[in-house]
Write a protein that binds this ligand. Structure first.
Ligand SMILES: *[C@@H]1O[C@H](CO)[C@@H](O)[C@H](O)[C@H]1NC(C)=O
Ligand SMILES: *[C@@H]1O[C@H](CO)[C@@H](O)[C@H](O)[C@H]1NC(C)=O
Ligand SMILES: *[C@@H]1O[C@H](CO)[C@@H](O)[C@H](O)[C@H]1NC(C)=O
Ligand SMILES: *[C@@H]1O[C@H](CO)[C@@H](O)[C@H](O)[C@H]1NC(C)=O
Ligand SMILES: *[C@@H]1O[C@H](CO)[C@@H](O)[C@H](O)[C@H]1NC(C)=O
Ligand SMILES: *[C@@H]1O[C@H](CO)[C@@H](O)[C@H](O)[C@H]1NC(C)=O
Ligand SMILES: *[C@@H]1O[C@H](CO)[C@@H](O)[C@H](O)[C@H]1NC(C)=O
Ligand SMILES: *[C@@H]1O[C@H](CO)[C@@H](O)[C@H](O)[C@H]1NC(C)=O
Ligand SMILES: *[C@@H]1O[C@H](CO)[C@@H](O)[C@H](O)[C@H]1NC(C)=O
Ligand SMILES: *[C@@H]1O[C@H](CO)[C@@H](O)[C@H](O)[C@H]1NC(C)=O
Ligand SMILES: *[C@@H]1O[C@H](CO)[C@@H](O)[C@H](O)[C@H]1NC(C)=O
Ligand SMILES: *[C@@H]1O[C@H](CO)[C@@H](O)[C@H](O)[C@H]1NC(C)=O
Length: 794
């Protein structure tokens, strides 16, 4: 306190003795600077529990020492940094903020001005060199007086919230017209809405000293003008997320000092010149997600190139990656996902010791997997879906201390699985599915592995499930399906894996035993997917209280008896996929609404009739099959009620009675199979306009009456089988216009007329007395002409 009084006295004395001009001015403004700061603080609305600067402003120190405040050598506030102070209001046109006329730097970034429009007044801060309002929460039009800030060197109005600010009046050109000293311009997320060449011309004619141009998600459209090349110093260009719908600006390869170029998701097309990748100063290039953009990587990269980020995913880039990629010593993120690259993966990749992220997935790379040994910073390595072949020796994976994601799935890799993979100290996710890996997986692995996801599906692994898998306590997803694992296991063998969310053991040679009384929810409380198809199960595992269960596949097992009633309640509404087909279940008692998308009960021993209100209990169902049972009775019309039903298969049962016409009136059903029953009566002529049927099978019933004319409204139909019924009448000529029809079988009916002009085999039409024309060898006489029958028919 005492020191402060002394200091300010000293200050006043100093000023008095200093000069005659401006003495009182300095003192007055000096005092008022403090008052102004306090006034500002008083008016600002901010959360004092989150503030680190404003809350500390108090009289114990001089205001020039206050946090966020800096003064010039005349004790005038020259810099104010109130970023991240959770300020939500308190600045308007007459705010004291606009009286700090000596301010050179102002930062209000990262606040939460809650959709308040930017006030008028910033223009008074004519000395500003640095203005940062990024992510501050202001919205609306950028005020006219911003264009008075002609001394600005850095302007940051960017926002990650799309179009929170607008640049309409002033527009971009007006705003920056006199910003001749500007070096860094950030308007990301500002709605600039400039078309065509306007924004290029505005920038190139006004900002000769520009180094950083950052206009991502700014609603720019149209082509680029090479006038931008005038800006010799430009080194950072970020334009992501603007829908330019224009050819790639080839002249961008001519900026001599380019360091960063990001143009992802810009709807660019055309060819990218190779020399772009040879600019020696380049550190980041991101052209990802421009589907039509073409190009290839150069044969020679610059020696000791400085490129750190090379991101081309989801483009149409093609060709080889040359060995000279190894000269990009600094490369740390390399993403070529979903392009059309081919050839070998260069072995010089192992020279890229700074690599952190490498994604070459979904390309056409051939040959063997190169070595990644000793890339100690590598965390993600994705080679999924290529044409890689050969073995993956242990030595490739040594020293990958930080690797936590490895995906080699969907290649043609073979051999034993390298043991070194399971001892990688950071590996959490390992996908090896859809390859030709074989052999047994030995048991000498470290059980302290952090592995969370292990996917070995669709390979040729054999032998017992390795014991060490039962010890991987962090495992949440284990997929072993479609291999040749053998032996007997109990689900309780997995009991240490208490984090298990997904377990898939289907289609092996396993015998999985279930202890009927052990509720799995006590072992695996988070279980969401349980796939045990073809596991020689004799009992249904007890899944009561399994509150996250979403998918259950117990198909192709040996379970008999009644479907346990708790199934209808399992997953507390989350259960969507239930496949119990190919068992020997003989009863089910569905009496409450369920939320399944898919219910497959086909190929069991059900013999009773379907409950009349079954459709009302399956309202959200998309796929329902009860085919290949011995179901009796009639088709309940309630099956017309589920409004998303796309596939209904009741084939090969003992259903009788008529086909409910409401089933045919649906526009959402795509596949309807009622073949192999005893259904009788007419096929209702009720197919609606907008009929979406793709496959219709009513074969092997005793349906009679006329061929339903309205079927010609089903223009999507690909498969039509009405064979082996007692249909009669003429086939409508226009059925031949159904463009998508791939298979047609009308054999063994009493149909007549001329065969529609399609190239189906003779067998599709056999057994119909009245049919004539190709491919049958009976020519149509004049009497059975289209016209004649057309008249009779109508
Ligand atoms: C400050 O001094 C100037 C002359 O130097 C005088 O014109 C002005 O009125 C003074 N202002 C105050 C507030 O004393
Ligand atoms: C006053 O400011 C000083 C530092 O500037 C700080 O340490 C102190 O806690 C503040 N006092 C109050 C009451 O806020
Ligand atoms: C105050 O700073 C200005 C520029 O920042 C400089 O020109 C001037 O010499 C400095 N005055 C003193 C007394 O340090
Ligand atoms: C501006 O804010 C101050 C302080 O919060 C308030 O007193 C004044 O009424 C406001 N002026 C306008 C025009 O809203
Ligand atoms: C603006 O301020 C934010 C928050 O302090 C900072 O992250 C950002 O880099 C600043 N922008 C510029 C151009 O300095
Ligand atoms: C730019 O500055 C000139 C001269 O200082 C002035 O005449 C003109 O109005 C300014 N233009 C804009 C758009 O602010
Ligand atoms: C951007 O601004 C233009 C015109 O200024 C306007 O038509 C458009 O709706 C705005 N877009 C968004 C997303 O606000
Ligand atoms: C492109 O910029 C040049 C100036 O460098 C200008 O002469 C030309 O008119 C511009 N083209 C278009 C289409 O705006
Ligand atoms: C590349 O870098 C290495 C090591 O930093 C250095 O020895 C070599 O001279 C450099 N080569 C070129 C062409 O700059
Ligand atoms: C990779 O490194 C090895 C040895 O460190 C070196 O002989 C080879 O030339 C390098 N390859 C490339 C393409 O840089
Ligand atoms: C890569 O594999 C895919 C699918 O296995 C195949 O269609 C394609 O022809 C293969 N490409 C090459 C270059 O072998
Ligand atoms: C023509 O039809 C008759 C009887 O329908 C049959 O016996 C004969 O094989 C058929 N001829 C040809 C060439 O298919």
């Amino acid at each position: 306190m005492r020191f402060q009084m002394f200091a300010s006295t000293l200050l006043i004395l100093l000023f008095f003795s200093n000069s005659n001009f401006g003495i009182n001015f300095t003192i007055v403004t000096g005092q008022s600077e403090k008052d102004l700061l306090l006034e500002l603080k008083n008016h600002l609305i901010y959360d004092s529990s989150l503030s680190t600067k404003l809350v500390q402003w108090n009289e114990t120190t001089g205001y020039c020492q206050w946090s966020g405040v800096k003064c010039d050598n005349k004790s005038r506030v020259s810099s104010l940094d109130l970023s991240s102070e959770s300020i939500s209001g308190g600045i308007n046109d007459s705010s004291s903020l606009f009286r700090f006329v000596h301010l050179q730097s102002l930062n209000l970034a990262q606040n939460s001005f809650d959709s308040i429009e930017l006030p008028l007044g910033f223009g008074k801060l004519a000395e500003l060199r640095y203005l940062n309002l990024s992510n501050s929460g202001f919205t609306g039009q950028i005020p006219l007086d911003f264009s008075d800030l002609t001394r600005l060197v850095v302007l940051d109005l960017s926002s990650r919230f799309y179009s929170s600010l607008n640049l309409e009046n002033p527009n971009l050109e007006k705003l920056i017209h006199n910003f001749t000293r500007l070096r860094e311009l950030y308007l990301d997320g500002v709605n600039i809405s400039a078309k065509g060449y306007d924004w290029c011309n505005a920038i190139s004619s006004s900002l000769p000293n520009l180094r950083v141009l950052s206009l991502s998600n700014s609603y720019l459209t149209g082509s680029f003008n090479s006038s931008l090349l005038k800006l010799h110093s430009l080194s950072i260009i970020r334009l992501d997320g603007n829908t330019f719908s224009a050819p790639f600006p080839v002249f961008f390869a001519d900026f001599p000092n380019l360091r960063v170029l990001t143009l992802s998701s810009c709807d660019l097309f055309g060819m990218v010149p190779e020399k772009l990748f040879q600019i020696k100063s380049l550190q980041t290039i991101d052209l990802s997600n421009n589907r039509e953009l073409e190009g290839s990587l150069p044969h020679e990269f610059p020696l000791n190139g400085s490129l750190q980020n090379l991101l081309l995913s989801y483009t149409n880039f093609s060709g080889y990656v040359s060995e000279s990629i190894g000269s990009l010593r600094m490369l740390s993120n390399f993403d070529l996902r979903a392009c059309v690259f081919s050839g070998q993966i260069p072995s010089s990749i192992k020279n890229l010791t700074h690599l952190v992220y490498l994604d070459l997935s979904v390309n056409q790379f051939l040959g063997s997997v190169p070595s990644f040994a000793l890339l100690k910073y590598l965390t993600v390595l994705n080679l999924r879906r290529n044409n890689l072949t050969g073995r993956v020796p242990n030595s490739l994976w040594e020293g990958l201390e930080n690797l936590n994601f490895l995906d080699l799935s969907e290649n043609s890799l073979e051999g034993e699985i390298p043991a070194s993979l399971f001892v990688l100290p950071s590996l959490k996710v390992l996908y090896l599915s859809n390859n030709n890996f074989y052999g047994s997986i030995g048991d000498s692995r470290s059980s302290s592995s952090p592995l969370e996801v292990l996917d070995l599906r669709v390979n040729n692994f054999e032998g017992p499930i390795p014991r060490f898998l039962f010890e991987l306590q962090n495992l949440s997803s284990l997929s072993l399906s479609s291999n040749k694992f053998s032996g007997s296991i109990e689900l309780t063998d997995f009991q240490k894996l208490t984090n298990l969310v997904n377990l898939d053991l289907s289609y092996n040679n396993l015998s999985v035993h279930v202890r009927e009384k052990v509720s799995l929810s006590s072992l695996f409380p988070r279980l969401g997917t349980l796939l045990l198809a073809s596991c020689k199960l004799r009992k249904v595992p007890l899944l009561t209280n399994q509150s996250s269960l979403m998918m259950l596949d117990l198909s192709d097992n040996q379970i008999d008896g009644e479907i346990p009633n708790w199934i209808w309640e399992a997953g507390s509404g989350y259960l969507r996929f239930v496949n119990l087909s190919h068992n020997q279940f003989n009863r089910f008692d569905l009496r409450r609404p369920v939320y399944f998308d898919l219910l497959d009960l086909s190929s069991n021993n059900f013999s009773s009739s379907l409950p009349a209100n079954i459709g009302n209990f399956l309202k959200p169902i998309v796929f329902l099959s009860i085919a290949n049972n011995k179901i009796t009775g009639t088709i309940p019309p309630s099956l017309c009620n589920p409004s998303r039903l796309q596939t209904l298969d009741l084939s090969n049962n003992s259903l009788h009675g008529k086909i409910p016409s409401c089933l045919l009136q649906s526009t959402h059903i795509r596949v309807l199979n009622l073949g192999g029953n005893n259904l009788s009566g007419d096929i209702p002529d009720a197919f609606p306009i907008g009929c979406g049927l793709e496959s219709l099978d009513f074969s092997w019933n005793v349906l009679q009456g006329n061929f339903p004319k309205s079927l010609t409204r089903c223009t999507e139909i690909e498969v039509l089988n009405l064979s082996h019924n007692v249909l009669s009448g003429r086939i409508p000529a226009s059925i031949g216009n159904i463009q998508k029809l791939e298979s047609l079988d009308l054999s063994f009916n009493g149909l007549s007329g001329e065969i529609p002009k399609q190239t189906f085999p003779e067998s599709s039409f056999l057994g119909n007395e009245g049919l004539c024309g190709s491919p049958l060898n009976k020519t149509c006489s004049g009497v059975i002409s289209n016209k004649f029958y057309g008249l009779v028919g109508s």
